[in-house]
Design a protein around this ligand. Structure first.
Ligand SMILES: Nc1ncnc2c1ncn2[C@@H]1O[C@H](COP(=O)(O)OP(=O)(O)OP(=O)(O)O)[C@@H](O)[C@H]1O
Ligand SMILES: [Mg+2]
Length: 162
């Protein structure tokens, strides 16, 4: 079976992420969405919440699994019997970091390939960070995230505002 691992912070999962998952299912038999703790990014949602939201948003998609992972990505990819890492490229600005990561991962395990997918243009400006910013300012979220995620963002950010 041709398995791809899609790693990220998913804080929270956006329609851009879902677009990449849907596209990658055209190429892979199974896609594992691998949610990384990434404490350095100081996530708004804890790991369990991010996993739960990603599961809910992808529950209609057959052949998608959501898990958390810790440690070295290539190690996790091997353990799951996958051969490829899936990443999304929005703009030229993503390229440099993604290129570096892909080459480091190749150095760590030359058998694992990184595969890039381009999102639909309507999602090409979407990042989790920008959505948290919009949510914090009380902007409409329905074009950016699943309704459940929008609700969670509203709850969380309302609680944080004194
Ligand atoms: N709208 C999008 N279109 C295409 N790829 C995307 C999109 N959003 C995220 N990705 C890709 O998904 C992967 C995981 O991204 P990540 O979880 O860091 O989300 P992010 O939106 O970049 O969040 P942050 O704002 O915290 O950096 C990365 O390869 C990233 O480039
Ligand atoms: Mg990012």
């Amino acid at each position: 079976m041709n398995i791809g691992v899609y790693p990220g912070t998913f804080d929270p999962i956006t329609n851009g992420h879902t677009d990449i998952i849907t596209r990658s299912l055209r190429v892979f038999d199974k896609v594992i969405v691998a949610v990384a703790p990434n404490p350095g990014k100081r996530p708004l949602f804890d790991l369990a919440e991010r996993v739960e939201m990603a599961r809910l948003v992808t529950k209609e998609l057959a052949d998608v699994e959501v898990e958390s992972f810790d440690g070295l990505l290539v190690q996790y990819v091997r353990e799951r019997g996958a051969r490829a890492v899936i990443r999304g490229l929005r703009a030229i600005s993503d390229f440099e970091y993604e290129f570096q990561m892909a080459l480091v991962n190749r150095k760590l395990d030359s058998k694992i390939e990184t595969v890039f997918f381009m999102p639909s243009e309507e999602y090409s400006y979407l990042t989790s960070s920008i959505i948290k910013e919009v949510a914090g300012l009380g902007g409409a979220l329905h074009d950016f995230v699943h309704p459940h995620v929008a609700e969670r963002l509203r709850q969380r950010l309302r609680r944080q505002i004194p």
